[in-house]
Write a protein that binds this ligand. Sequence first.
Ligand code: NDP
Length: 251
Amino acid sequence: MTRLVAIVTGGSAGIGWEIGQRLAADGYLVVAADRVPGLTAGENPAGILWRELDVTDHAAVDRVFGEIEDDLGPIEVLVNNAGIQRHRGLEDLTFDEWSTVVDVNLHGVFSALQAAGRRMLTRGEGRIVNISSISSRGSAGRAPYATTKAAVIGLTSTAGAEWAARGVRVNAVAPGYVDTGVFRQGVEQGTLSLDTILSRIPAQRLAEASEIAAAVSFLVSEESRYMNGQTLYVDGGFMVDYGVPLAKRPA
Ligand code: NDP
């Protein structure tokens, strides 16, 4: 049976790699569209393919997606996962730091969404999942990251509304903290404290990347066919707990 094509941007590492594993297990032919081959060059039993792509290159996104369709078949699923962050207080943030994050996390998501969406619309079929973050609500020291992750939610709901009647569904997943690239970078730089973060998570643990991938799998499946423009928080309860962390759990 021909496998349907799923593209995961930034799919060579971290959460994107796990999303690729899960979609491959679901039966998709997965293409990691990333700047570097990363994990796709190592142990790769799921046979995830790699195409070189920098999502900040608007023209290249359209060209590479066209090449993927020519070589492998119609793009059925796009996961806009590529993302970066820079930690710095607003007053010290350089414009270069700001625009570097905006280029990847927002312009990159728009470019890929449009390039895949146009193709899906001509066939009246496709699913797109954008990766946002719990930081979309605001995150001190991470202004460009928080801003772009909030913008991704706005873009998701708009695209979900625009394309709902035309067979293309667009939704988002907003992960909590996962021990992968953007989180590790913060811990290593000392701008994120693991203990403080754990004390704020009702589930009292970080997320597994596979738990984020499971939500993506659901949002591209038929099971979620009546969902459009939604953002699913996969965060161990982080976004629903505005209380001060309990000193002791109630019995
Ligand atoms: P990683 O850094 O582990 O992986 C991100 C991947 O995206 C890397 O392979 C990276 O390549 C690639 N990438 C970066 N910039 C580009 C670009 N311009 N074009 C193509 N690929 C690019 O990050 P995570 O797995 O931690 O994060 C994945 C997504 O999940 C991001 O959108 C992030 O914001 C989001 N997220 C992560 C959370 C976490 O706690 N980890 C929490 C909430 C959301 P390279 O190594 O070359 O930069």
